[in-house]
Every structure is written in structure tokens, then in C-alpha cells.
Design a protein around this ligand. Structure first.
Ligand SMILES: Cc1cc2nc3c(=O)[nH]c(=O)nc-3n(C[C@H](O)[C@H](O)[C@H](O)COP(=O)(O)OP(=O)(O)OC[C@H]3O[C@@H](n4cnc5c(N)ncnc54)[C@H](O)[C@@H]3O)c2cc1C
Length: 467
């Protein structure tokens, strides 16, 4: 068995598979291998199929507004299998005072909607004159300072929906570095956004409408993504499943990795594992780690099937901010979003429980957890108390929380990489947490190895918030 390669990629989740896929395209002759702890690739991406129901244990989809992800779909032929739900047509709701409040998707409609009183809307506009907030504020503190308190439940819902997080702990510099930069450059986020909008309109022509992205998945579920990306990898040749990397050491020629299948060596090393595994492995040869572990938010999802006669509100689903004190974080109206997720004559919803604030709820046994989740959503959505189908799914991975000390960790990472040109880091929690973030950074890593391009460090992106 060959154990020496030009590049070793640790982790066969989405990040590692994208690096491998891009290396194969960019430098066909280059020898590389993916070392993966589990007996399958894909990491946290896992589609669950049971009795005609198709649900996701990990991610449900990703927005089609990332050029790198669109390129991956075209290169793998997955663009032929895409199912998509345009945000323009699929609204979301925020639960407030026990009622679902529809969130329009365009800024103009949001301003006109009666979501907050006019007085509070004026306070939002006063952001234009609010001085930047120093230090490393939490998202909640920063939003309150810039826009006033009325937006807090809505922003809480956004970070519940993306990070399953607690906006009193997530820091704005970590989760929205691009927006924070606008605040610093223009003295106001709104002023910065207007300037960017004007520039984009000028670029595209003044009449051009700014388009809305669509939520994307595949007819057979999200596992199609790692399946297709890993299709050309051959076990024992360039893929080693059931191979845990336990220790790293630098050598004169690059790297030596100790695994439970023996040592592997390479010139270039890519750590494409979740951030906490990477930190543990980097601890093998670095004793100045600024943080040994990043906290994670854990989730469970309760999949509930009902006969077609049960109606759901139109749209993606709803999120419940913490002030509502509900058992569930929210629910996805899966059958509304993608076709073929329930057997004929049925529809399915997925209810999310736990998150950063309520890990204790995940200690409940499946029956209790499902009964409490059902009671919670049934009251909001007027559902029958006896579903046609019910199962509890518990993802194996938690979602890394970008909280205090995280910017310091990233600065440490950047200086580590600057001094180690043959070390590359991507993966869950290093530069964001979403699928598009992972794909983008994995592509940059592959490019740096294949083309010798400079390592990443483009200026932070200003991401739009979509409910
Ligand atoms: C519950 C949940 C819901 C999510 N929902 C969404 C969503 O709707 N939209 C979205 O955009 N994103 C979502 N995400 C995030 C998205 O799933 C991740 O960004 C992405 O899948 C991470 O891929 P990765 O390869 O970086 O990490 P992982 O998927 O964690 O893969 C890392 C791989 O490394 C392997 N590994 C770990 N340690 C070792 C070792 N020592 N040696 C060898 N191999 C090792 C693991 O076995 C794993 O296969 C969700 C995540 C979770 C957990």
C-alpha cells in the first residue's frame, strides 16, 4: 500500500472531498489521498430514508448564490439533479406572541411590513448616525446598539436558524466580519450597504433588478453531494476509510501522520476536519494554541408525517426566538420546499430541538422529545396530535459556535499558515459554518496547492441575511 503522497487530506466530509475533486481537475497527475475516520464519506451530510419519507440528519440545503458551489454542481453533473425553492416564492415566519409573522424577502417590503412599530423603524434609521462599537461585542449587544431593541427577536431567529446559536454569545466580528467592516469603513452599516448597492447597480445597469437566491438540494437528498464528489476516489488508492489520524509531525520533506492504519507522509497537509479536531491535531506540535476547543450547538430533529388533508402555511417554515420560551427552535415545512419528501398522500415537516441554549432537551429519550416537540408545533400549526409518521434524528456533529476569542483564534491560524506554506486548513467552523463557506475555502486550498496561489485571506464578504 502506497503511503507517501504529494498531498494528504484529513477528513472526507464536504470540505475534504471538494479539495480532492478540485485537485484532480486542476492537476490530474498530482498524487493525493483522503484519510477518513469513518467507514463512509460525507461527514455531517446524511440523508435519512424511511417508509417513503426523505429527511436530512445534517444540512437541508444551501443557497445558489455562491459561484464556487455552482461550479461544483456543473463539474459533477449534479446540476441535473437539483431541486430548488426560490426565496422569492418561499417565505419564512418568525413566531412572536404565539403568532406566525410572515417575513417578506425584499428590503422594501420588510420596511413597509408591520413587523415593528414606526417609532422603532425610525430608530433603525438612526443607525446612520450611531458611532461604531469598539471591542468584541456579541451580536445581540451590537444589534441593540446600532438598530435599537425592536429588531432583537428577528435577529435572534436568524442566528437560531443558521447557527442554532445564542446571539448573546456569538460575536459580530466572527459571524458577520464583512458587515463589521462596513460599519468601520462607512461609520454606518446602512450607509455602507447603500454605497454597495449603488455600485452594484452601476455595474449591472441601473434598471437591473437584484435577484434573490434559491434554496438548493437534490431529488435524492443532500448525500448526493458527497456521493458525486467522491465518485472517482478508490478505496486503498486515494481514499482510506476507517483511518483516524491521531498525531501530526513535521519532517524535512513535509509531514508525517500517525494513523490507526500506520504512518502516512506527504509534502502538503490539508486538515479538512471540524475545527475542534484540527485544534487537537495542531496541538501535537504547537503548545501556544489560543483556544483548545470551540463550543458547539447540538440539535435533534423530529420528523413528522401527516396526511395531505392537514394543511401547512405556505413557505419554508418558522423560527422561534428565545423570548417565546417554546420547546422547539422552529420547524421546516419540508414538503412545501422540495417534492418527493413524503409518500403519496402525505406531507412532512421537520422540527428542530436543542441548540446552544437548550442542550438539556437532547438528554430526553426519543419518545419524550418527540411528544414535546409535537405538542409545541401542533399548537402553533393546528396539527393533529397523532402524526402518520414520527422519528427522531440526532446528527453526529455539532455546529461550531463563533463566540468570544474566535477572532483571536483566526488571527493565530493566519499567522500559523503564513509560516507554514505546506499546511492548509479548511473545514467546519474555520471560516464560517455553511456549505457555501466550506466549498469556497476548500476551493481556495486546492488552488493554493495546485497553482501555488497565495493562501486565502481575501477581505471578508458582506453576506445578505435571508430568513
Ligand atoms: C445539524 C446540522 C445542520 C446543518 N444545516 C445546514 C444547512 O441547512 N445549510 C448549510 O449550508 N449548512 C448546514 N450545516 C453545515 C454543513 O453541514 C457543514 O458546513 C459541512 O457539511 C461541513 O463539512 P466538513 O467537511 O467541513 O466537516 P464534516 O462534515 O464534519 O466532515 C469532517 C470529516 O472529518 C472526519 N474526521 C474527523 N476527525 C478525523 C480524524 N482524526 N482522522 C480522519 N478523519 C477525521 C469526520 O469523520 C468527517 O467525515 C449543518 C450542519 C449540521 C451539523
Amino acid at each position: 500500500m502506497n503511503t507517501h503522497f504529494h498531498t494528504l487530506i484529513v477528513g472526507g466530509g464536504l470540505s475534504g472531498l471538494v479539495v480532492a475533486h478540485k485537485l484532480r481537475l486542476r492537476r490530474p497527475g498530482l498524487s493525493f489521498a483522503v484519510l477518513e475516520k469513518s467507514r463512509r464519506t460525507g461527514g455531517v451530510i446524511t440523508t435519512h430514508r424511511d417508509k417513503g419519507y426523505l429527511s436530512e440528519i445534517g444540512p437541508h440545503g444551501f443557497l445558489d448564490n455562491c459561484a464556487e458551489s455552482r461550479a461544483i454542481l456543473a463539474e459533477t453533473g449534479l446540476d441535473q439533479e437539483v431541486v430548488s425553492a426560490p426565496l422569492k416564492e418561499f417565505v419564512r415566519y418568525v413566531l412572536l406572541h404565539d403568532r406566525l409573522n410572515l417575513i417578506p424577502q425584499t428590503p422594501g417590503k420588510i420596511i413597509r411590513a408591520p413587523l415593528i412599530p414606526w417609532r422603532a423603524k425610525l430608530r433603525v434609521l438612526a443607525e446612520l448616525w450611531q458611532p461604531p462599537l469598539d471591542g468584541e461585542p456579541t451580536v445581540a449587544k451590537w444589534v441593540q446598539h446600532r438598530f435599537g431593541p425592536a429588531l432583537l427577536p428577528y435577529v435572534d431567529a436568524v442566528y437560531t436558524g443558521t447557527y442554532a446559536g445564542d446571539f448573546d454569545r456569538l460575536t459580530i466580528d466572527s459571524v458577520m466580519p464583512g458587515v463589521r467592516l462596513l460599519e468601520k469603513q462607512y461609520g454606518s452599516v446602512l450607509r455602507g450597504l447603500f454605497a454597495r448597492l449603488r455600485a452594484r447597480r452601476k455595474e449591472r445597469g441601473s434598471g437591473a433588478a437584484l435577484s434573490m437566491p434559491a434554496m438548493t438540494s437534490f431529488a435524492d437528498g443532500m448525500t448526493r453531494l458527497p456521493e458525486k464528489l467522491g465518485e472517482k476516489l478508490v478505496e486503498g488508492h486515494d481514499l482510506f476509510l476507517g483511518t483516524t489520524v491521531n498525531h501530526l509531525a513535521r519532517t524535512s520533506g513535509g509531514w508525517r501522520l500517525d494513523t490507526d492504519r500506520g504512518p502516512f507522509t506527504a509534502a502538503h497537509l490539508v486538515l479538512a476536519t471540524p475545527i475542534n479536531t484540527a485544534l487537537r491535531l495542531l496541538g501535537s506540535f504547537h503548545d501556544d494554541l489560543p483556544l483548545c476547543q470551540v463550543d458547539c450547538a447540538w440539535l435533534a430533529s423530529v420528523v413528522l408525517g401527516f396526511p395531505d388533508s392537514v394543511t401547512l402555511p405556505p413557505g419554508f417554515g418558522y423560527l422561534a426566538p428565545e423570548v417565546e420560551q417554546r420547546f422547539a427552535l422552529g420547524a421546516l415545512f419540508t414538503s412545501n420546499m422540495f417534492p418527493g419528501r413524503a409518500p403519496a398522500g402525505h406531507r412532512v415537516i421537520e422540527v428542530l430541538v436543542g441548540g446552544r441554549r437548550h442542550p438539556e432537551r437532547l438528554e430526553l429519550d426519543d419518545d419524550t422529545l418527540a411528544a414535546r416537540a409535537l405538542a409545541d408545533v401542533a399548537a402553533i400549526l393546528h396539527l393533529p396530535r397523532r402524526p402518520a409518521y414520527c422519528t427522531v434524528l440526532r446528527p453526529e456533529g455539532g455546529i461550531p459556535q463563533l463566540e468570544r476569542h474566535y477572532p483571536r483564534l483566526r488571527r493565530w491560524r493566519d499567522s500559523l499558515l503564513a509560516g507554514n506554506h505546506r499546511l492548509h486548513l479548511c473545514g467546519f467552523g474555520w471560516d464560517g459554518i455553511g456549505i457555501n463557506d466550506m466549498v469556497k475555502h476548500a476551493c481556495q486550498v486546492a488552488e493554493a496547492i495546485a497553482g501555488g496561489a497565495d493562501k486565502d485571506n481575501a477581505s471578508p464578504e458582506v453576506k445578505a441575511i435571508y430568513f
